[in-house]
Each structure stands twice: as structure tokens, then as C-alpha cells.
Write a protein that binds this ligand. Structure first.
Ligand SMILES: Nc1ncnc2c1ncn2[C@@H]1O[C@H](COP(=O)(O)OP(=O)(O)O)[C@@H](O)[C@H]1O
Ligand SMILES: [Mg+2]
Length: 373
């Protein structure tokens, strides 16, 4: 076990890294953040912020020498950097897990190898593969870049092969997956923690609404049957076991109108739809991240109250939301990420409403959102 006062490292300094940093410091650890952005949300509050890129050998060496264990904030950290660090340090999750989850083609093939379903898809590596890909299933489609997409970026909704070609060129002829747009009944996510001995814990399932490909609202518990809930949690555990995963993981699922359970994507890290755990669970996803990194036993994932989480995007900054509206609501919790510049679609913060009745919580959240600006 790595005890408090030790230094923990994290590659990536966004809001997920910031919550990791806050939690680790609350538990008595010191935190070193590697992120090139001098104003990164986690860097601003870390004990030490290395302002260098993720391949900077000097910074990686410093991180390796000064940290007792190192984790990652997002999937797009170069795996080569993790391999370098892993030679002398505890690094969780592994480069192998990141390599699969940072590429949609590898990720979807991996899901199928493990006998789980996804939306029908076909990889497109070259322009001349587009026509045959489109013949494999019916429109409408979504064309997604294989790597570096997030929050709906790097994807286009397209209706036919001609549109696919235009979108493929717009995405610089980079490898993509063509996916069938499925009829969604619900979107849900399972947040899971797995330690180095293979013990897993799954949080209560969140039901998620996206607007323009970006998470807007999560409600917990999800409005699904106990059987579905059990199946989804088992699918997430199967994925984590197959990856021999060590860390926090989110699995995003589609529930179709036919009640098929499809894996959408795997995030090898804490997840936006798991932010509710900070306000409504005994141990948050970030506390579990600290615990798995330091070999402490996991805390309880028990849900203490139904809860709704609402993302606050930069669009609401005109120029600043009226915080009074959230702060005067006694059962609301406001979290802001310390970002200096608001941009449309940029995640600036979130708030949660806790209420014994999830419908009342949702209505309260909607009213607050409408009055914020
Ligand atoms: N095949 C699909 N059918 C229907 N909706 C989809 C499909 N793929 C993506 N979406 C919608 O777009 C959102 C973002 O897509 P996702 O693949 O999760 O990309 P990102 O990495 O940007 O989160 C999903 O949460 C869902 O709402
Ligand atoms: Mg997603």
C-alpha cells in the first residue's frame, strides 16, 4: 500500500484530473500533474504542475522519480510514454488498455472478440473502401474518426455513400468507423473500479441524455429493470476482466427500442456521467481512483440518494451564469472547473440535485438551467 503523504502522478490536467487531485489531497496525498496547458484545471491546484507535453522525456523522468504511482486522465496519452514510465513505476491503467480504447476500430473488434454487441459498424481505412462499407448495412449512418474524437467531435451523421465520402475527406482521410445509427430507447453508462487483484465494483447505472453528442444530463438510478441493470454491470465487468484492467472505467451503452444492449464505447478513466458519485455515493469515482492507485481497499459505491447531474457548457457564459439560482437551492451542489475561457460546447462545470424523488429532482434541475442565463 502507498500511504498518505506519498506523491501520486497523473498525466492530463482537465476537470477529471482536477477532481482526482482534490480527492487525493483530501486523503492526504500530494499530486504531481503533467499537462502542457499552464492553466489546466488540475495543474492550477496540484502540488506540482509539470508544464510539458506528454512525450517530454525530462518531464516523464521527473514524474517517474518523484511519484510513487501514476495514473492517466484520458485515453489519448501516447502509449509509448506509459511504457517508458512503466519500466520503473506503477502505472495504472496499462498502455495496453489505452491502446485499445483510444482507437474505435481496435475497441469495437475487442468488444466483439468478447462476444458483446455493438451497433453494426465497418472500419474504413481508405477512401476506396467507402462504397462497399455502405453496402453492409442500411442508412442513416454515423461516420466517426477512429482516434482522437470526443464529445461528438470527429463525427458526422450521414445519409448515403456520397455524404460519407464528403465527411471522410473533411476528416482528412483518416481511418474511421462507419456505424449504423441505431434507434435508441435509452443511453446508460456503468462506472466500474477494478484493482490489481481483479476485484471489481460497479456503481449504480446512470441514464444519460446527450445534446449534439455532448453529455447534457445524467439521472441516477437509471430507469431500467433490475435484470437489465445486472446484465449491463456484468458486461462492463467482462470487458474490464478481458483487458485485465486496473483503474476506473466507464462503459457507455445503447439500449435500443428492441431492448438490445449494445456497447457504445469504453472510457479508461473516470467519466462525466459518474460525477454524481461525488455528491451521492459513499465513495466517489475519484476516491476509488486514488484507492486503486495506492492499493487501498475500495470504499462503498452505495447510492445515498437519487440524483440528477446537469453539465454546464460554455454556451451559458453570457458572460457569466447567475450562480444565485443554483446556490439558493438547498439540495443543489455546484462544481466549477476553474477554466478561464468559456467556449461553446466546452465543459465548464456541473451541478447536481439530490432529491428522494428523481422526477422532482429533474424538474428542479430543468428550472435552474432555464434561469441560469
Ligand atoms: N450508432 C449510433 N446510433 C445512435 N446514436 C449514436 C450512435 N453513435 C453515437 N451516437 C450518439 O452520439 C453520442 C456521442 O457518440 P460517441 O460514439 O459516444 O462519441 P464520443 O466519443 O464523442 O462520446 C452518443 O452518446 C449518442 O448519443
Ligand atoms: Mg461517448
Amino acid at each position: 500500500m502507498i500511504y498518505p503523504n506519498a506523491t501520486l502522478g497523473i498525466l492530463g490536467g482537465g476537470q477529471l484530473g482536477r477532481f482526482f487531485t482534490i480527492t487525493a489531497r483530501m486523503m492526504g496525498y500530494q499530486v504531481m500533474v503533467l499537462d502542457p496547458d499552464p492553466n489546466s484545471p488540475a495543474g492550477l491546484i496540484a502540488d506540482k504542475h509539470l508544464k510539458a507535453n506528454y512525450q517530454d522525456q525530462t518531464a516523464l523522468a521527473q514524474l517517474g522519480q518523484q511519484c510513487q504511482a501514476i495514473t492517466t486522465e484520458f485515453e489519448n496519452i501516447p502509449t509509448e510514454s506509459l511504457n517508458v514510465l512503466a519500466q520503473n513505476s506503477v502505472v495504472r491503467p496499462s498502455a495496453k488498455a489505452l491502446a485499445i480504447t483510444q482507437n474505435r476500430i481496435l475497441e469495437k473488434n475487442f468488444i466483439h472478440q468478447n462476444k458483446l454487441a455493438t451497433a453494426p459498424f465497418c472500419p474504413i481505412n481508405h477512401f476506396d473502401e467507402i462504397d462497399s462499407a455502405c453496402q453492409q448495412f442500411v442508412a442513416p449512418y454515423i461516420l466517426k474518426r477512429a482516434s482522437l474524437g470526443y464529445d461528438g467531435k470527429g463525427q458526422y451523421r450521414v445519409a448515403n455513400a456520397k455524404d460519407v465520402k464528403t465527411a471522410f475527406i473533411a476528416m482528412e482521410n483518416k481511418p474511421c468507423v462507419l456505424e449504423q445509427q441505431v434507434d435508441l430507447k435509452q443511453e446508460v453508462s456503468v462506472i466500474l473500479a477494478r484493482d490489481f487483484q481483479g476485484h471489481t465494483q460497479t456503481y449504480p447505472i446512470a441514464e444519460n441524455q446527450h445534446i449534439n453528442g455532448i453529455l447534457a444530463i445524467s439521472k441516477v438510478p437509471a430507469n431500467i429493470s433490475p435484470v437489465q441493470s445486472q446484465q449491463l454491470q456484468q458486461m462492463a465487468i467482462d470487458i474490464a476482466n478481458a483487458l485485465d484492467y486496473c483503474g476506473i472505467m466507464a462503459v457507455e451503452f445503447f439500449i435500443t427500442k428492441n431492448n438490445d444492449l449494445l456497447v457504445n464505447e469504453i472510457a479508461p478513466r473516470p467519466h462525466n456521467s459518474g460525477h454524481y458519485t461525488m455528491d451521492a455515493c459513499i465513495s466517489s469515482q475519484f476516491e476509488q481512483q486514488v484507492r486503486m492507485l495506492t492499493d487501498l481497499p475500495f470504499g462503498s459505491v452505495k447510492l445515498l440518494s437519487p440524483i440528477v447531474m446537469v453539465n454546464l457548457l460554455g454556451d451559458l457564459w453570457q458572460p457569466t451564469p447567475n450562480w444565485q439560482v443554483v446556490l439558493q437551492q438547498a439540495n443543489a451542489k455546484l462544481h466549477l472547473y476553474g477554466k478561464q475561457h468559456a467556449r461553446a460546447g466546452r465543459k465548464m462545470g456541473h451541478f447536481c440535485i439530490l432529491d428522494d424523488n428523481l422526477e422532482t429532482a429533474t424538474m428542479t434541475a430543468q428550472k435552474i438551467l432555464e434561469r441560469l442565463c
